[in-house]
Write a protein that binds this ligand. Sequence first.
Ligand code: AMP
Length: 548
Amino acid sequence: MLGMMMDTPLLVSAIARFAEKNHGNQEVVSVTYDNPRHRYQYKDAIRRSRQLANALSRLGVQPGDRIATLAWNDHRHLEAYFGVSGSGAVLHTINPRLFAEQIVFIINHASDRYILVDPLVLPLLEKLQDQITGVEGFIILSDEAHMPETSLPGALCYETLLSAETDDYEWPDLDENSASAICYTSGTTGDPKGVVYSHRATILHTYAITMPDVMGLSCRDSVLPIVPMFHVNAWGVPYAAPMVGAKLVMPGAKAGDGETLQDLIETEGVTMSCGVPTVWLALLDYLDQSGKTVSNLNRIVVGGAACPSSIISKFNDQHDVYVHCAWGMTETSPLGVYNTLRSGQENLPAAELAALQLKAGRGIFGIEMKIVDANGKELPWDGVAFGALKVRGSWVASGYFGLDDNSDTHDASGWFGTGDVATIDPDGFMNITDRTKDVIKSGGEWISSIALENIAMGHPQVAEAAVIGIAHSKWTERPLLVIVAREGEPPTRQEMLALFEGRIASWWTPDDVVFVDELPHTATGKVRKATLREQFAAYTLPETSTDG
Ligand code: AMP
């Protein structure tokens, strides 16, 4: 017997329709190339995304065509989220900070027909134009008054394009399994791989992330996604905020600027925000220096990389902001787990609570996870055993765009191998201990580089820390701590090593500490450990190395 319920497809355009009717007067505020504080309401955003859909259709864009964006977080990018996906085309968000050859590769690989480009990114695209010959046209995200000079052939002005269109547009009834967006992973090796989101997965992920034990988003929130809209759809916030009617505040190209962030938070009543650790460190530095605070903010989400404990303690103790860690990947839309305490856990002794809050988080319904050993055998959720993390669920990629064989990443039962190594405790809190490639193998045992980095980051004079394995004749590998010190008196080697005493098994202690001016980073701000390992390939550890 079949259920007798309406089969309403789960579509991105359904969020647009709902937001326009139900949250039409809620504000959307952005910093843009041509306006330091643009503001309008959801009803304007959705009306204009219908004009964009009309414009794209006039340009001959068909369902399934890829339309790329090279843009920051602002209202025009939001319009593209709905105008492009809602019309059945596929939104391809590109990270302008990728290496030029990666950008060329993914534009060509996705066969993008048009590119919507922020004027600030224009010089980059101009340099690449000879290599992306399949692109039919460029739409510059500007009004006529601010249109920059460009060598891009036939570049169109976004505002002029929109003003020629009516907002009379019926969102098409698409198959909910059709593609809504595509985002390439920026792996440190090999070509980038395209993750293709469907409308259905996007809607289910959006429902999930708004739940109270996840982001807990509501129409009473003012949300500032600092995480870029090209980094896994800004973790879903551009869909979730209009779905629940939260005010949306977007920092444009100023996402790394502490002063702009603090000002937006204070003046736009921001209650919730999300970003990678680097932006929080920049904001905390600015708050320290300026003596200012973030009085409206009550919670933030830290993801994309392990969260240093100093972010949690500083936000909590100095600014009364609760920090939620979260884990996810491009392949998981991205949210996979989220750290919210269970009832009673807030009364744990301070050190236990701090350790718990630092974990990546608990499962979200819709995603299953497990950890397995080298033979694929499932490991217990005891908080001690660590193994390869596998996930599966409604918003996890089943493969990659244009790649027929997914046997490298997916097993026969459909579990996706994340490439992360993790523990899961009896309360279901998962914690990432490493990338599979970064784990340090010492004497047949594993050492978590992330655990060591967290401790090193606890020193007030340490700006950034990375731990890598250095080849060792007896132990296979031993940990080397690489540090970027803050301005002022740098910490000593002895001081750094003393930090580890009593906090980890003594054999985990790094064998040496080196100071560098900077660490190599990926386009999403993560430490590029493969490059760091190459830099230290010839490094010899001191003789005193752990010999017992
Ligand atoms: P991306 O696909 O660029 O978003 O990168 C995903 C990867 O970032 C994951 O596979 C992890 O290695 C890392 N990552 C994300 N969140 C966390 C976290 N909370 N702790 C540690 N690593 C994380």
